[in-house]
Design a protein around this ligand. Structure first.
Ligand code: G16
Ligand code: MG
Length: 219
């Protein structure tokens, strides 16, 4: 029986991917990596330093920069990003998600955040959603990021539930892989062809309701 939901943030609760994209693009231009849709898609759900590494490797520069230089590039991206997310308000919650979060909480489900973003607490504050969640996994304390299951295992722990009693909501392939490996039920939001590994598929956040989830789970 499902008793909790583990929410990704970027791409599930808010469309911060466009801000991550804009912020990284400035860094990509600086290091001379051509910006493509595939690159942008591959950065979803991936930690800040892993994202930078992908951007550098995309132009064959994986080993060109020192750790100090990489830290400076990642810090520059985060400054770009924080400038962009400073403007976030409740109006930036993705369609239907405030309704779903409210519905799930009212129905007695426990909610936690499993976002790779160190900015998640700040973003939830801007969106006025902090109080709906029992807790937020601190990604700085993780040994491995998505697709490793650790972040979803930890989110279930915050709820004191076995992962099997939870559903993880994700928009990224790495996140779906992480949920599946954690032993939770994966709910993919986005192109079913891209998120083919998800147990349940929804095209848009606007479609996610408890009733539709129950129907897809055959209950
Ligand atoms: C998000 C984004 C990623 C980003 C990561 C780390 O993950 O999808 O693109 O690189 O967080 O963010 P930050 O640089 O703010 O720590 P999620 O897990 O919420 O989709
Ligand atoms: Mg995401």
């Amino acid at each position: 029986e499902i008793k909790g939901f583990l929410f990704d943030l970027d791409g599930v609760i808010a469309d911060t991917a466009k801000f991550h994209g804009q912020a990284w693009r400035q860094v990509a231009d600086k290091v001379g990596t051509p910006w493509t849709d595939e690159l942008a898609e591959g950065l979803k759900g991936i930690s800040r330093m892993d994202s930078l590494q992908l951007i550098l490797e995309a132009s064959g520069q994986g080993d060109v920069y020192s750790d100090t230089e990489k830290a400076a590039l990642a810090a520059e991206k985060n400054r770009n990003y924080q400038t962009l997310i400073a403007t976030l308000t409740q109006a930036d919650i993705l369609p239907g998600m405030k309704a779903f979060i409210t519905e799930a909480k009212t129905a007695g489900y426990q909610l936690a955040i499993a976002s790779a973003s160190k900015n998640a607490p700040l973003i939830l504050e801007h969106l006025g959603l902090t109080d709906y969640f029992v807790g937020i996994v601190d990604p700085a304390t993780l040994a491995k990021g998505k697709p490793d299951p650790e972040i979803f295992v930890r989110a279930a722990e915050i709820l004191a539930l076995p992962p099997a009693q939870t559903i993880g909501l994700e928009d990224s392939t790495s996140g779906i892989e992480a949920i599946n490996a954690a032993g939770a039920t994966s709910l993919g939001i986005g192109e079913p062809t891209v998120l083919s590994a998800a147990n349940l598929n929804f095209n848009s956040t606007a479609d996610v309701t408890l009733e539709k989830i129950a129907a897809l789970m055959g209950e």
